[in-house]
Write a protein that binds this ligand. Structure first.
Ligand SMILES: NC(=O)c1ccc[n+]([C@@H]2O[C@H](COP(=O)([O-])OP(=O)(O)OC[C@H]3O[C@@H](n4cnc5c(N)ncnc54)[C@H](O)[C@@H]3O)[C@@H](O)[C@H]2O)c1
Ligand SMILES: O=CCC[C@H](NC(=O)CCC(=O)O)C(=O)O
Length: 486
């Protein structure tokens, strides 16, 4: 029983699907997909439950969301283990993902009040009241790389605002989604308020195209996000929030502490085996001796990064990629860059047939005339040597994406110059460009998002404002308009 519809666990009626531990190919979950008919039933259930959920009021909804937080806290170790087992990320890292899921509750409550909530002002025309109402029934689509934290970042604010939800997780991480729904169920969420439909393209398409959803909150690839955006053309009444990928640049300029810079570069490019939307993909390093020294130290450090299965001790920095297919995709991406004229500084290799384990790679692409503007979603950092700062910024901006960007530079002036010119939703100075805070808005421009930032601003896309002018009784104005007599 792996679909959760109208408060009941039911079997999928579609085709067989499995989920595998990518570090050893062992099957850890199997089921059948939800059919389009089951998606219809889930949407109907969410529609039936929505008004009562809204009318419960914020405090009653919050009490249930807080009961969910208690479930997350009580089951934190299991959540971290299931995420690790299904994604391949090491346990030290998935413990932080489970922690972020817990932290999301407090942040979403604060954001609800700060970004939405209600307010009143007396005006000459009457009492002006601002309230926010939920959109209604919303679909949440999640990615595989943060299968708990990122869907949670849509679901929690959506429920707090009074929406009901149909959640379609990544087909690569169904077990994490199932565990999340078990915890919501234990928290006492009324039937139909959240529904889970598991499956692949057929299930996702049926949900995204359903006429009875009022909004869709998506985190995933730019490719899928663009398909959804086209699908929603001509649907101004539906809210679409797209959180997509990036081809993120990091510039190094005038840094004294080379070792610290190398550390920030590694945390930017190789954490989660390069499978974060915010990961640095392109590194701009000044030509000359200082740049040569930095690259030498970086290459040595990259060669020493420990890679291994999620549960080995001592823990590796990088776990497995999500699948063998993803690992092979990275080997292919590297081959493509080499064919275009790239020069390998550290080779990315597929470490074990049948697994997603790869070693991290570093490639100098300075001589590639037309660098593909692609998000290679794995541990392969492209290095470009530059001659002057304006050239580096121009190259950094030569992407259709605009998610994260950063500069490592000891000069405040250089940072200000960069900040004014770089086009991205997350711009960091002397800090890694991964690990964004949930207390800030999180979203990109260009092909990375549609101006509906998530994290602290997720509250914004979970409701719409209602402006009212009110008086307790009907009363005549002191002066009637010219030409009126009563
Ligand atoms: N900006 C962000 O906040 C953010 C965060 C995490 C990941 N990402 C991006 O996500 C990507 C990795 O995740 P992924 O590979 O799981 O993404 P994906 O686009 O393949 O899948 C995301 C979700 O969409 C569904 N889907 C795929 N095609 C669909 C279609 N045609 N119609 C409806 N649903 C469809 C999938 O089943 C899944 O649930 C990377 O590009 C990464 O940069 C972005
Ligand atoms: O993979 C993409 C996002 C990873 C992560 N970003 C966040 O967690 C945003 C904050 C939030 O949603 O609460 C990162 O930047 O590493």
């Amino acid at each position: 029983m792996t679909q959760f519809i109208k408060g009941q666990w039911v079997a999928g009626l579609g085709h067989d699907v499995t989920s595998k531990n990518p570090a050893n190919n062992e099957v850890i979950w199997n089921s059948k997909t939800a059919t389009p008919e089951q998606v219809n039933i889930a949407v109907d259930a969410a529609r039936d439950a929505q008004f009562d959920w809204f009318m419960l009021g914020f405090d009653a909804r919050l009490a249930i969301v807080e009961a969910y937080r208690t479930q997350l806290e009580d089951n934190k170790a299991e959540i971290a283990e299931v995420i690790a087992q299904e994604t391949g990320k090491p346990q030290w890292e998935t413990a932080t993902e489970a922690g972020a899921m817990i932290g999301k509750i407090g942040l979403s409550v604060a954001a609800y009040h700060k970004r939405t909530g209600s307010s009143e002002n007396d005006t000459p025309a009457g009492r002006a009241v601002l309230r926010h109402k939920p959109h209604g029934v919303v679909a949440v689509f999640g990615p595989y790389n943060f299968p708990g934290h990122l869907p949670n970042g849509h679901i929690v604010p959506a429920l707090l605002a009074g929406n009901t939800v149909i959640f379609k997780p990544s087909e690569l991480t169904p077990k994490v989604a199932e565990l999340m729904l078990k915890l919501w169920d234990k928290a006492g969420l009324p039937a139909g308020v959240i529904n889970l439909v598991q499956g692949e393209l057929e299930t996702g398409k049926a949900l995204a195209a359903h006429p009875q959803i009022d909004g869709l909150f998506f985190t995933g690839s730019s490719r899928t996000g663009h398909i959804l955006h086209q699908q929603y053309a001509g649907e101004p009444g539906k809210i679409l929030a797209l959180e997509m990928g990036g081809n993120n640049p990091l510039i190094v300029k005038g840094v004294q502490d080379t070792k610290a810079a190398v550390h920030d570069i590694i945390q930017s490019a190789y954490i989660s085996s390069g499978q974060r939307c915010t990961c640095a993909r392109r590194l701009y390093v000044e030509k000359g001796a200082q740049g040569d020294a930095l690259l030498e130290m970086l290459a040595n450090a990259v060669k020493q990064i420990k890679v291994g299965a999620w549960n080995v001790q001592p823990q590796p920095f990088m776990g497995s990629m999500i699948s063998e297919i993803a690992a092979k995709g990275m080997v292919e991406a590297q081959r493509n860059l080499l064919n275009l004229g790239g020069e390998s500084l550290v080779e990315l290799t597929h470490l074990e047939v049948g697994t997603g384990l790869v070693s991290p790679g570093l490639i100098d692409v300075t001589n590639v005339i037309e660098l593909p503007d692609e998000e290679y979603f794995g541990p392969l950092l492209q290095v470009v040597r530059y001659s002057d700062f304006d050239e580096a910024i121009k190259l950094a901006n030569s992407t259709r994406y605009g998610l994260s960007a950063g500069i490592l530079a000891d000069s405040r002036e250089d940072y200000d110059y960069f900040l004014a010119r770089i086009r991205a939703g997350i711009v960091n100075w002397n800090k890694q460009i991964t690990g964004a805070s949930g207390a800030a808005p999180f979203g990109g421009v260009g092909a990375s998002g549609n101006h509906r930032a998530s994290a602290f601003y997720a509250a914004d896309y979970c409701s719409y404002p209602v402006a009212s002018v009110e008086a307790d009784v009907v009363s005549l104005p002191a002066n009637l308009s010219p030409g009126l007599s009563l």
